[in-house]
Design a protein around this ligand. Structure first.
Ligand SMILES: *[C@@H]1O[C@H](CO)[C@@H](O)[C@H](O)[C@H]1NC(C)=O
Ligand SMILES: *[C@@H]1O[C@H](CO)[C@@H](O)[C@H](O)[C@H]1NC(C)=O
Ligand SMILES: *[C@@H]1O[C@H](CO)[C@@H](O)[C@H](O)[C@H]1NC(C)=O
Ligand SMILES: *[C@@H]1O[C@H](CO)[C@@H](O)[C@H](O)[C@H]1NC(C)=O
Ligand SMILES: *[C@@H]1O[C@H](CO)[C@@H](O)[C@H](O)[C@H]1NC(C)=O
Ligand SMILES: *[C@@H]1O[C@H](CO)[C@@H](O)[C@H](O)[C@H]1NC(C)=O
Ligand SMILES: *[C@@H]1O[C@H](CO)[C@@H](O)[C@H](O)[C@H]1NC(C)=O
Length: 639
């Protein structure tokens, strides 16, 4: 069986627009903290209302026991990096302390909680400390409101050679483009760097985490343009530290610094109603019985897809002031936009084309979009190509491999996947054995993996899981599969043949990759192939002036969803060793680790491979405009 569609991705925050007013309901009969919250018009909800309701939810010992038992089993028997996370010192550009995730879970088990919210928050923080964006613990009960501010921060502004310790500000009334001197009484850059280091979980690299706090531009397919997103600092899925943030701004049009206290705007993420703590728990927290998914859908494509995590519903924002959709930049003409790939031609540098790949959540048809775009470049006599992978959090691994391969069509590699291995536990052995004949074991199906002792053919038996090897990592001994590779179908050879004559094909001098460290999962695989398979010079933008910055994050694993794993056991008529979490949740984790070619350390932790060839600074101009950023890269790359 071939995995024709391997999805490696993570959906960090899917922003949708939500303009409904909260439904009006009858006044509650008795009023507790959640009753007060539930009775409010959405616009009247404050930070305190949410915190009071969350804090009023009683701790339930049985539910907590089930939840924690599941999480402990997940980290003991299924999570692929439990042992590697204990590594003593991370090398640059990473800087992580060792994480003993099992010890953290056990400590939570020994803690006497009175607050349910505190219990789940402690698990969330422990999982977050792994800095593995594939691994997440989302409890909808405590994600029912998001917190936003009417501003976002961009760019540690660089002034000449000296990084000014300031941030620009956008979106805020008369303070657009003012710089931020202080946040909560501390130097702004110091404050944000500590926050990125301590709180954010998206990357092992603290400078990528800093980037995630800032505003980013992302391509909006429906409008055909880039729009500004709030960063993780001013859009929070979880409850912020305090009801407001104090900023001190310096504006060029004002002589005095401005002190600004910004309260959080609260945006409900649920339309469910409730009138007290009990109905909050019943209607929002507890798992709703859902009809079991049909088990007949037995092809690999369905098995490997993952669902996105909770939607963040955002208030309707004013339309950005732009020209006609698609033609946003005066100096960069949009030639063509597919579902994932957008092609721009730089007017002042007619020899340069830009391929933006903002997602890999695409079908195989996107390959034809890619060919159409490259042919358009060729007709315009483009010879140099910038591949812009910023903010792409992954998707279809086949397209992630196709992108670099089509630019190096003479030397493209078969197969596209990297060497990998999996944890082997008793439970994984049981489901893989039971599932082998029925193909109901989801990812734990040896016939989806190449038997590297037998050429490039897939396993014809369950030896992958039945004959594991013993590996000791950081003092912990566990069973692992032999090295293997996921088997997937490559693009047909005629694509590559058609690309050979293009003037940039197979030429590292004519191709550059631009990323921001937030390119993750399948996108990171793509960047890895460009940088290390084909030796293409790469640029990573942002971070801190004078420090390292990764070009990608969470590269070295594939993600599984707890609910799916539970389904696989169910379809095999086995009891899953991880019981269902009582609360409605989305729990995901890394289940397979890959290795860079010829490397002994799993790619997830192989810090050196994350370094770009060059780092660029954000500037006020390029933070607002991709066109300006592409011109910066082109100017640095070509005469
Ligand atoms: C909520 O408040 C806004 C602003 O005060 C008001 O326009 C709206 O009608 C209110 N909605 C409800 C459902 O009461
Ligand atoms: C759950 O409760 C059982 C029985 O009291 C206990 O043995 C087990 O250790 C608990 N599990 C956790 C994770 O606390
Ligand atoms: C783009 O997405 C739409 C909607 O999902 C789909 O109908 C269309 O076939 C896709 N186009 C390509 C080229 O993949
Ligand atoms: C591309 O180059 C060819 C050959 O020099 C020339 O004839 C053609 O006009 C150029 N096309 C464009 C769009 O500049
Ligand atoms: C799967 O099939 C093989 C060969 O047909 C058989 O030897 C084996 O016992 C079966 N395994 C299970 C768990 O049914
Ligand atoms: C090795 O691969 C061939 C097909 O390429 C297959 O027929 C054979 O059964 C495989 N051997 C083992 C031990 O898996
Ligand atoms: C699970 O049990 C059902 C009902 O007994 C049966 O129809 C089905 O074939 C079983 N599935 C597997 C994978 O054994």
């Amino acid at each position: 069986m071939a995995i024709s569609k391997l999805i490696l991705s993570v959906s960090l925050a899917t922003l949708a627009t939500f303009t409904h007013a909260a439904p009006a309901h009858a006044p509650p009969t008795h009023v507790d903290a959640c009753g007060i919250l539930g009775g409010l018009n959405a616009t009247a909800i404050t930070y305190k209302h949410v915190v009071d309701c969350y804090s009023a939810i009683p701790f339930d010992n049985n539910q907590a026991n089930t939840t924690l038992s599941t999480m402990l089993t997940l980290f003991k028997d299924f999570y692929v990096f439990t042992d590697f996370a204990l590594s003593p010192t991370a090398t640059r550009p990473f800087s992580d302390d060792p994480v003993d995730i099992i010890a953290k879970m056990e400590k939570i088990g020994r803690t006497r909680y009175t607050s349910d919210y505190q219990f789940h928050t402690d698990i969330y923080n422990a999982v977050n400390s792994l800095r593995d964006a594939h691994t997440a613990y989302y409890i909808y009960c405590y994600l029912a409101y998001t917190f936003t501010q009417k501003l976002s921060l961009y760019a540690p502004v660089v002034d000449g050679k000296q990084a000014r310790k300031t941030f620009g500000i956008i979106g805020l009334r008369e303070y657009d483009d003012c710089t931020v001197n202080m946040i909560n009484g501390q130097d702004a850059l110091t404050y944000l760097k500590s926050y990125a280091r301590d709180v954010i979980g998206r990357s092992h690299d603290p400078n990528v985490r800093l980037n995630s706090l800032l505003a980013t531009l992302s391509f909006e397919k429906e409008k055909g343009i880039f729009t500004e997103n709030l960063g993780d600092f001013t859009l929070r899925m979880t409850v912020p530290e305090a009801p407001y943030v104090d900023y001190q701004l310096q504006c060029s049009h004002l002589t005095q610094p401005v002190d600004l206290r910004e309260e959080w705007d609260i945006i409900p993420q649920t339309k469910a109603t409730f009138e007290d703590v009990n109905s909050y728990v019943t209607n929002i927290c507890l798992t709703h019985t859902e009809t079991a998914p049909a088990s007949s859908q037995n092809n690999a494509q369905n098995k490997i897809l993952i669902k996105p995590i909770p939607q963040i519903i955002k208030r309707a924002q004013p339309e950005p002031k732009t020209a006609a959709p698609g033609q946003q930049y005066s100096g960069a003409e949009q030639l063509l936009a597919g579902n994932a790939t957008v092609f721009y031609h730089l007017k002042d540098r007619p020899d340069t084309g830009v391929v933006v790949c903002h997602t890999f959540h695409v079908g195989e048809e996107e390959r034809d979009v890619m060919m159409e775009g490259l042919e358009a470049f060729n007709r315009l006599n483009v010879t140099n190509i910038i591949v812009d992978l910023q903010g792409n959090t992954g998707g279809y691994a086949g397209y992630a491999a196709f992108l670099p391969d089509i630019l190096f069509p003479s030397t493209y590699h078969l197969p596209g996947s990297l060497t990998a291995d999996l944890r082997v536990s008793k439970s994984i052995q049981q489901i893989s054995a039971q599932g082998y004949n029925s193909s109901q074991s989801g990812f734990f199906d040896s016939s989806a993996f190449i038997n590297m002792n037998n050429g490039s053919s897939v396993y014809q038996n369950n030896d992958l899981f039945d004959k594991p090897v013993t590996i000791t990592r950081n003092g912990r001994t566990n069973l692992w599969t032999e090295k293997t590779q996921l088997h997937w179908t490559e693009a047909p050879a005629n694509y590559f043949a058609a690309a050979v004559p293009f003037p940039w094909s197979d030429k590292i001098d004519n191709i550059r990759v631009l990323a921001d460290g937030l390119c993750g999962s399948a996108c990171a695989m793509s960047a890895y192939y460009f940088a290390h398979r084909y030796n293409v010079p790469t640029y990573s933008i942002g971070g801190t002036h004078g420090e390292d910055l990764s070009m990608f994050s969470f590269a070295g694993a594939s993600v599984a969803e707890l609910g799916k794993v539970q389904n696989w056991y169910g379809m095999s008529n086995m009891t899953c060793p991880m019981a269902e979490i009582p609360y409605k949740s989305m729990v995901t984790f890394s289940w397979l680790e890959t290795y860079g070619e010829g490397r002994p350390t799993p790619l997830e932790y192989d810090a050196e491979l994350y370094r770009p060839t060059y780092r660029l600074d954000y500037t006020p101009a390029n933070a607002h405009s991709r066109e300006a950023m592409w011109m910066d890269v082109a100017a640095a790359s070509w005469k």
